[in-house]
Design a protein around this ligand. Structure first.
Ligand code: HEC
Ligand code: HEC
Length: 192
């Protein structure tokens, strides 16, 4: 009987060790490598239709991934990608990108539109897109220096209803003209 127990303990001990060795979790940096092809090595996107993730809040990335996964937010590719990650992995990746410095871009933008956007943003969007879009309240994504074509595509998705606007954002966006919204996006793209 005692011998049996000892054998059992030994066997489970060995099992426990090998389980630990196999489950050595990939680091957040390793996990986020899978995103680098499109979102850049440190979350600074090099593609005009792909958003930078650097400097986005952890919550913003987590919520976006959850919405892509459930299908609530439309995506050309992210729906499929988000399904490959569980909550723990998503959270580790989100934390990794949230610690990277905001990706500063240089884009060809319209000066008059930037000035108009600057005059509109604080009172209309600044409650959530804070610090001129460098930061976001709660799950609000950072927009400073984000690529203009990406933001234009997202705004088009919001206006068509394909992507659901937060209620309080909708209240601000709905009364605005297309020109005002376009000016706001030029403004955010210009912030660095
Ligand atoms: C093949 C290219 C590609 C890869 C790989 C990729 N993404 Fe994306 N990502 C996109 C595109 C394109 C969008 C815009 C939405 C869409 O069209 O799917 C996007 C949007 C996002 C957004 C929304 C950002 C915002 O400002 O709203 C998040 C968050 C995101 N991706 C996270 C990730 C994470 C995390 C990974 C790695 C696990 C990843 N992506 C891998 C292409 C990619
Ligand atoms: C009450 C808070 C709030 C206000 C006010 C607000 N937004 Fe947003 N905005 C958000 C949140 C939260 C998201 C992400 C929501 C989602 O999951 O689609 C977002 C996302 C966006 C995006 C997409 C960014 C990305 O990376 O995908 C754009 C563009 C945008 N807002 C523009 C505006 C503009 C322009 C205004 C002012 C007219 C505005 N928002 C006002 C909270 C707000």
């Amino acid at each position: 009987m005692t011998i049996k127990w000892r054998g059992w303990a030994l066997a489970t001990g060995v099992l426990a060790i090998s389980a630990v060795a196999q489950a050595a979790p990939p680091t957040p940096a390793m996990l986020s490598n899978a995103c680098a092809g499109c979102h850049g090595t440190n979350g600074g996107s090099a593609g005009l239709t792909m958003p930078s993730l650097a400097g986005q809040s952890k919550e913003a990335i987590e919520v976006a991934m959850k919405k892509f996964k459930s299908g609530e937010r439309p995506g050309s590719i992210m729906g499929r990608i988000a399904k490959g990650y569980d909550e723990g992995q998503t959270s580790a990746i989100a934390e990794y990108f949230s610690k990277q410095k905001l990706h500063v871009t240089k884009q060809a933008l319209d000066k008059a539109k930037i000035a108009k956007g600057a005059s509109l943003q604080e009172s209309n969007c600044g409650r959530c897109h804070i610090e001129d879009g460098r930061e976001g309240k709660d799950d609000t994504p950072a927009m400073a220096s984000q690529w203009l074509p990406y933001m234009q595509m997202q705004m088009a998705d919001y206006l068509s209803g394909a992507r659901k606007m937060p209620e309080k954002m909708k209240e601000k966006v709905d009364p605005m003209s297309k020109e005002d919204l376009e000016a706001l996006l030029h403004f955010y793209a210009s912030v660095n």
